[in-house]
Design a protein around this ligand. Structure first.
Ligand SMILES: Cc1ncc(COP(=O)(O)O)c(C=O)c1O
Length: 435
């Protein structure tokens, strides 16, 4: 607290009354400084695919560290990683590295603006693309934000976080997820000004909301028709496939991060060669992209090792375990007489209290209103029962997990709901199923 505002570097790590200080991780287990052990269903907000200290990854890190962490020159390991990415991500022919998903979306957007010569961006409400200004604009679910200039009243107003210049709102149009008509409206009307539409194939941090059948295909058709680039932010969803491979959609640009760094900081953006060639310093009027630690060799060596141990079979095994968890959680809530839904895709999910549709960020918002202390009590009791997940009920899997870990999660989940039932009956009777 004395040296760090709020006691930590990441706002998201904070939860009341104070976050537990973790000491170490091994496989899918983490332990805190008091020696308590937890199964890690947080995985650093989905950034870890092999949990902690995977022997193949730590060996790759040590090997590379002994040869130098970053040599300020092109390297073989960078080419190896780039080949692995382009072999796995259907639409990525060429790639550039940076240090975070935030930078990846920032540079994908810049590439799109430079390529199209247009400035306006379309983003999806509740889509999380990191923390740079333009992607921080979202619809204001309580309806008190700033009306979006030029859009009809059916488009809710937008909210701009403190510290982001108000004029940022004029650089972006925000549309609801899973609403193809809204996308068609803005693209038809403003395509002359729009450089790109950026979307996560699933609203990941925004609640694990899957795309409706055909929604993303429609976005692909509309953007192509209107000369607008489609950017898929697969920073979180790469672990699932990536999703563009599963859906058979080729976006123009893709932002990546999280698991491709093997547990070390990374971001990457890539796509069609003609767009990415703008970054070739030998081209006419090249686009500048640099960063002292972009493409550092230790991260990329860790990433190559992590990807080698996460082949197609592991991807589908983990997604299968995740689907089992999602289904079983919703059933377990029902068995405990509590209204709730586990939403997500494969190895990534969220728990939402209550009932009702989960199509977009407004639905997620309305399901999370007036819950009082319930999410906090749920989270703390899950930790007491040995499951580490996020306060906002994000959970995800890692490869050291098997059915036993899913069972342990479900046992903790059911027993937490059972323990909370009298409290729920008193404070939120609307969340109990009638017998
Ligand atoms: C979809 C998505 N995009 C971008 C980011 C930002 O990545 P980073 O935290 O590495 O800046 C995240 C992080 O959670 C994310 O989930």
């Amino acid at each position: 607290m004395r040296w760090l505002p709020g006691g930590d570097t990441r706002t998201i790590n904070y939860y009341s009354p104070y976050p537990v200080v973790m000491d170490r991780g091994q496989g899918c287990m983490v332990s805190d400084v008091d020696g308590n052990e937890y199964i890690d269903f947080l995985n650093n907000y989905s950034a870890l695919i092999h949990g902690h200290a995977h022997p193949g990854v730590t060996a790759a890190i040590s090997r590379q560290a002994e040869r130098g962490t970053v040599l300020g020159a092109p390297s073989v390991v960078q080419a190896e990683h780039a080949r692995a990415v382009s072999e796995r991500v259907r639409s990525v022919t060429q790639v550039r590295y940076c240090n975070s998903g935030t930078e990846a979306t920032l540079f994908a957007i810049r590439a799109a603006r430079a390529f199209t010569g247009k400035d306006l961006i379309v983003k999806v409400d509740g889509g999380y693309h990191g923390t740079h200004d333009v992607v921080e604009v979202n619809m204001f679910a309580s309806g008190q934000g700033k009306k979006q200039a030029g859009l009809p009243d059916s488009f809710p107003p937008v909210d701009i976080p403190h510290g982001v210049p108000a004029q940022t709102a004029s650089q972006v149009l925000v549309i609801p997820f899973n609403d193809a008509a809204a996308a068609a409206y803005v693209l038809e009307r403003y395509h002359h000004e729009i450089a790109a539409l950026i979307v996560e194939p699933m609203l990941a941090a925004g609640g694990g909301i899957a795309p409706h059948d055909g929604y993303l295909h429609t976005l692909r058709e509309l953007t192509r028709k209107h000369g607008v680039l489609l950017i898929f932010d697969e920073v979180a969803t790469f672990r699932l496939g990536p999703m563009q491979n599963i859906l058979g959609i080729e976006p123009d640009l893709t932002a990546l991060g999280k698991i491709i760094g093997g547990g070390l900081p990374i971001g990457a953006f890539g796509g069609r060669q003609e767009i990415m060639m703008q970054f070739d310093p030998g081209s006419d009027n090249p686009l500048y992209h640099s960063g002292t630690f972009c493409g550092n060799d230790v991260t990329l060596a860790a990433g190559v090792a992590a990807l080698e141990h996460y082949g197609d079979q592991e991807v589908s095994r983990l997604n299968g375990l995740g689907e089992l968890l999602l289904k079983s959680m919703t059933a377990a809530a029902r068995d405990e007489g509590v209204k709730g839904t586990a939403a997500g895709v494969g190895s990534y999910g969220h728990f939402h209290w209550g009932e009702g549709p989960l199509r977009n960020a407004a639905d997620v918002h309305s399901r999370s209103q007036n819950l009082g202390m319930l999410p906090a009590l749920f989270h703390l009791e899950m930790m007491n029962q040995g499951v580490f997940m996020s306060r906002r009920s994000l959970f995800c899997l890692s490869t050291p997990m098997s059915v036993q870990h899913i069972d342990a999660f479900l046992e903790a989940f059911s027993s937490t709901l059972r323990m909370l039932r009298p409290y729920i009956a008193k404070t939120h009777p609307n969340l109990l199923l009638s017998d």
